[in-house]
Ligand binder design. Sequence first.
Ligand SMILES: Nc1ncnc2c1ncn2[C@@H]1O[C@H](COP(=O)(O)OS(=O)(=O)O)[C@@H](OP(=O)(O)O)[C@H]1O
Ligand SMILES: [Mg+2]
Ligand SMILES: [Mg+2]
Ligand SMILES: [Mg+2]
Length: 464
Amino acid sequence: MATATLATCAIISTVGRGNFYLMKALAPKDRAFIGGSASSSSPASAPLNLGFSDCNPSPISPLTFFPASPMASPFGFQRSDLMEAGSYAEELSVAVRVVQMACSLCQGVQEGLFGRRREQVKSKDDASLVTVADWGVQATVSWVLSQCFGSENVSIVAEEDTQTLSGKDASGLLESVVKTVNGCLVEAHKYGLKAPQKPLGSNEVLEAIGRCNSNGGPKGRFWVLDPVDGTLGFVRGDQYAIALALIEDGEVVLGILGCPNYPMKKQWLNYHQRYYRLISKISPPVAGSWHKGCVMYALRGSGKAWMQPLVYDHNKFGLHNISPKPIKVSSVDDPAFATFCEPVEKSNSKHSFTAGLAQSVGLRKQPLRVYSMVKYAAIACGDAEIFMKFAKAGYKEKIWDHAAGVILIHEAGGVVTDAGGKPLDFTKGIYLEGLDRGIVACSGSLLHDKIITAVDASWDSSKL
Ligand SMILES: Nc1ncnc2c1ncn2[C@@H]1O[C@H](COP(=O)(O)OS(=O)(=O)O)[C@@H](OP(=O)(O)O)[C@H]1O
Ligand SMILES: [Mg+2]
Ligand SMILES: [Mg+2]
Ligand SMILES: [Mg+2]
């Protein structure tokens, strides 16, 4: 969002490859609203285009990018599914590609952070972080969407703003962001998208970031972007996600989660803060193997969700073929065998409350604490069964922290509601207004009902 107030903002460190990160104490209530209401000027039903968007006279055929067979259309959807779902095929095509690009951008920045001057990375319970990657992804996604659909048709609600980057002392920081964005965009053709004719200048990058100033709302079409969700996990070399969703008249119609560190073995999700060390010791990647990282996506009404490996494995192997595979929620409905996920930071969700809930519904496993919307991803693909988040009183959840995850779980067969059993409401602007106590996402309704009932039983006696 364009007007987040940075209550405290200081450059803490310059780390690897000239990438900076900042720590900011973000007071949600300090966020002001500016800008017009969400625009809905793009056509509600774009022509069904199973290939590339018009913006892209790409050197790569769509069939190469999303391998198609007579049985499967691009992205693994059948043509009939796309027709039924209201033909967001073109939006989905572009969105998946730009999230793939964003994953690569983030991997580059995270590698620069990892292992270098990590002692200068500080975090406190009430602080959040922002990095070159957060701004870089926001600029990249905004620029690509505008190029493909026309800036007049693109309305974006997103987390970051340009305030810090526009400051007098921020020229080095801005330079790093511009360099990172151009480094990413120059590769656009690899993803079947069009690169700028010449590198973007600082003003263009600032404009792309600042353009993401929609306030959402009940009407029209807008994109929702969390450029780096779980920034704390990101700077710690751990899990994070790039989350992009499209909302139309208050309904999430498509969602994409880029999870660059998503492990191919679910037990590795639990290795927060040691992920890189673990993965380098246990799993030396083999050329051509799907080492880690994926993009998951879903289209409303399709009843299907998909996972594909990263197109470009930043670490080693360059481009490789990616075949999406369908994902489904887990069929486990016995709490004794269910895995529940929650935020890593106790300041973000009340661990003691969820521990009580876990006991009362008979969950036996230790909670899986994972940064970011990777928790939603883990449920959508069957690696976990439950996600609970109970933020402290006064905290208002933002739509970009949930939109993409909610549709993914829903289309993969799961259930996401607030703790009162109501669907999350994306019609009220940047916040999930009216959220009843917390968020409960489950692989199935049996587990979901049990948890909702347990919340009711224990809420009053809790100190939330
Ligand atoms: N105080 C408080 N309470 C609840 N939630 C908060 C709070 N502060 C921040 N946030 C939001 O949480 C997002 C990160 O959520 P996670 O589930 O990844 O949390 S954790 O880092 O694993 O603890 C994080 O998203 P990013 O800023 O994109 O990382 C925030 O939007
Ligand atoms: Mg943040
Ligand atoms: Mg977030
Ligand atoms: Mg974020």
